[in-house]
Design a protein around this ligand. Structure first.
Ligand code: HEC
Length: 237
């Protein structure tokens, strides 16, 4: 046995010498290690209710770290033409990213509202493909968060009665507004599909509508416009 393999020894030595020299010589070889460009994410969304596509805010597709309020990497979404599906792609996403979101950010890139969210777990392959998903840009929750909470209407319209007997807190605002009589006007607070017959819009846009003027409380015109569009569309929930 021993003798049979003896003649192989010089060959093994030459081979190992050759590889060492190759490494030291600085020659460049094709990179056969898996590509280290990180994960890429592709998604396709179909947007509904594009009349309330954000204008003053930005709609972004981005990745976020755990608990992060600003994206680690993102692309701005441009308003699509009608029902054309949006195709979005993010590449080389940072390792700290734990979720991917479609959401609205303010000018400071802080996340204000999330329309779609999916977590990125470590076992994911290098490419994540999110299948075509429908996104409603006008869920009632957007009104709750971006109007009643963001402009702090709830600071007065909460508790057991609320100012003018109106509660705008989560879960209560819808029934308190829609098809509900006003305590101050002959018009109902909100009449579905009839903005002219909805006292809420008068209160927010006419100085004299109520004793405590509400004009100027909503500082972004698109938020006020969203309320009118929501009423025109019959107050979807
Ligand atoms: C600082 C307290 C305060 C804040 C903040 C406030 N309101 Fe009011 N709201 C009142 C008071 C007081 C009245 C009643 C005024 C009156 O009696 O003439 C009222 C009345 C109303 C009414 C009329 C209710 C009815 O029955 O007709 C609506 C609608 C309303 N507010 C909506 C809002 C919205 C929406 C916001 C946030 C953008 C808001 N309010 C923020 C104090 C407030």
């Amino acid at each position: 046995m021993k003798n049979r393999f003896r003649h192989l020894l010089p060959i093994v030595c030459v081979l190992s010498w050759a590889t060492m020299t190759a490494c030291d010589s600085g020659d460049i070889y094709p990179d056969e290690t898996p590509n280290e460009q990180g994960i890429s994410i592709e998604a396709s969304f179909i947007l509904r209710n594009t009349e309330v596509f954000p204008v003053e805010y930005n709609l972004i597709f981005g990745v976020f770290a755990e608990g992060g309020t600003a994206p680690l990497a993102s692309v701005n979404v441009i308003q699509p033409n009608g029902d054309t599906p949006l195709s979005l792609k993010l590449e080389n996403i940072p390792e700290e990213a734990t979720s991917v979101k479609l959401g609205m950010v303010n000018s400071g890139r802080q996340l204000l509202y999330i329309f779609f969210e999916q977590s990125i777990d470590d076992s994911n392959p290098s490419q994540i493909v999110i299948p075509e998903t429908e996104i409603d840009l006008l869920p009632y929750d957007r009104i709750q968060q971006l109007v009643f909470q963001q402009y702090n209407c709830v600071s007065c319209h909460q508790g057991t009665t609320g100012s003018a007997g109106l509660l705008l807190t989560q879960g209560l605002s819808y029934p308190q507004l829609v098809n509900t009589p006003s305590t101050l006007s002959d018009k109902p607070r909100v009449t579905p599909s009839d903005p002219e017959n909805s006292f809420l819009l008068d209160v927010l846009s006419q100085q004299e509508a109520v004793g405590y003027p509400h004009t100027g409380l909503i500082t972004r015109s698109e938020d006020l416009a969203m309320l009118r569009i929501w009423i025109e569309k019959g107050c979807p929930q």
